[in-house]
Write a protein that binds this ligand. Structure first.
Ligand SMILES: *[C@@H]1O[C@H](CO)[C@@H](O)[C@H](O)[C@H]1NC(C)=O
Ligand SMILES: *[C@@H]1O[C@H](CO)[C@@H](O)[C@H](O)[C@H]1NC(C)=O
Ligand SMILES: [Cu+2]
Length: 190
């Protein structure tokens, strides 16, 4: 490998490392409450306030004497079925690195805890959804038989509540990546 090739590899390594540092986030499940049945933490609400990405770290902190973490299927998550988990974590300080888009379901396998709400759905939006428009509510067909008064239009919540930040982040990621590639190219061949 020549001088240029070696310099290119090194730069690429630095750029990739920098990208990982700037875009991977650590999310502690339940924030200060952690992973628990105390205080009725609403993990659904907790997750809904986050925008997860591939590469992020989901951190479960809990007292290992009383809880555990099981990565489970959608069906098991819905049924609170801890019989056949995909993976089990038991240290009390467990980090799960998100490596794919889509849903990642977790529950506590201790009897009764999942039923009490100790379960969380980490939903990682796909790349395509960053560009795809938010699905619009399709107007229901007006029944011709009883339509003497038109149905009152119910204002649907603006789709610009949170997706824009999502889309913006995706755009920034792409922009950052494009710029990094450009910088590498220029510093290698200029
Ligand atoms: C839990 O899941 C296992 C297999 O994963 C299944 O055999 C069992 O019937 C399920 N239990 C309940 C209560 O649904
Ligand atoms: C828990 O794990 C995280 C991430 O792996 C680490 O940064 C932190 O120091 C750990 N905390 C304890 C108390 O072990
Ligand atoms: Cu538990």
């Amino acid at each position: 490998m020549g001088m240029v090739g070696r310099r290119f590899s090194l730069l690429l390594l630095v750029v990739v490392a920098t990208l990982q540092l700037s875009f991977a986030a650590v999310y502690k499940v339940g924030d200060s409450a952690g992973w628990t049945t105390i205080g009725n933490v609403d993990y659904k609400k907790w997750a809904s306030t986050k925008t997860f990405h591939v590469g992020d770290i989901i951190l479960f902190q809990y007292n290992a004497q009383f809880h555990n973490v099981m990565h489970v299927t959608h069906a098991a998550y819905q049924a609170c079925n801890a019989t056949n988990p995909l993976a089990t974590f038991t240290t009390g300080n467990d980090s799960y690195t998100v490596s794919t888009h889509g849903h990642h379901y977790f529950l506590c396998g201790v009897q009764g805890h999942c039923q009490a709400g100790q379960k969380v759905d980490i939903n990682v939006a796909g790349e395509s959804s960053l560009l795809a428009p938010t699905p619009q509510a399709t107007p229901s067909p007006v029944s011709s038989a009883t339509s003497s008064t038109p149905p009152t239009a119910i204002p649907s919540p603006s789709p610009s509540d949170s997706p824009p930040s999502n889309a913006l982040m995706g755009l920034l990621c792409k922009l950052g990546f494009a710029m990094s590639v450009f910088v590498v190219f220029v510093s290698t061949y200029a």
